[in-house]
Design a protein around this ligand. Structure first.
Ligand code: FES
Length: 153
């Protein structure tokens, strides 16, 4: 598994946050560091738009699985932090997804809104693509802000 990620990272130049997510994915239950990852199948990679999102329900949680313009796959909470709107229905551009109702965009790597009216981030989840299936762990949201403190405010 580690070789797969290393190859993928080298091929597509994954940003720091996703590298951290991939490192988290390598944790196994029972590791000494207490890491625990529960990846589950979310959607077939072939069912994702070339650039865009689909909404899936994982453990009762609506999740937007998104492919950006560089072909990287992300998973974020599907519900806009401003109101009850599905982010999967928004346009994807520059590694962000737009909320169609009021226009806030959310960074797919951090979940942080890049503009008003939304002010709170949405959760970002670890993603792994295995044999054409996008796997997501909704039980272990990525702590994107402690990893990128300069992006917090
Ligand atoms: S509902 Fe998403 S920005 Fe207002």
């Amino acid at each position: 598994m580690r070789g797969f990620f290393n190859d993928l990272v080298q091929q597509i130049g994954v940003p720091d946050v996703q590298e951290q997510a991939m490192l988290a994915i390598e944790d196994e239950p029972g590791d000494d560091d207490g890491g625990h990852v529960s990846l589950e199948p979310a959607v077939l990679l072939s069912d994702l738009p070339a650039v865009g999102a689909v909404r899936v329900d994982l453990d009762g949680l609506p999740v937007a699985v998104v492919r950006d313009e560089q072909g990287q796959v992300h998973a974020i909470d599907d519900t806009c932090s401003h109101a009850e709107v599905s982010l999967a229905e928004g346009e994807v551009e520059d590694c962000t997804i737009e909320c169609w109702l009021h226009g806030s965009r959310f960074d797919l790597r951090t979940g942080k809104p890049t503009g008003l009216p939304a002010t709170r981030p949405v959760a970002v989840y670890p993603v792994e693509v295995v044999d054409g299936t996008v796997m997501v762990d909704v039980r272990a949201p990525i702590d994107t802000f402690s990893q990128n403190p300069s992006k917090e405010h």
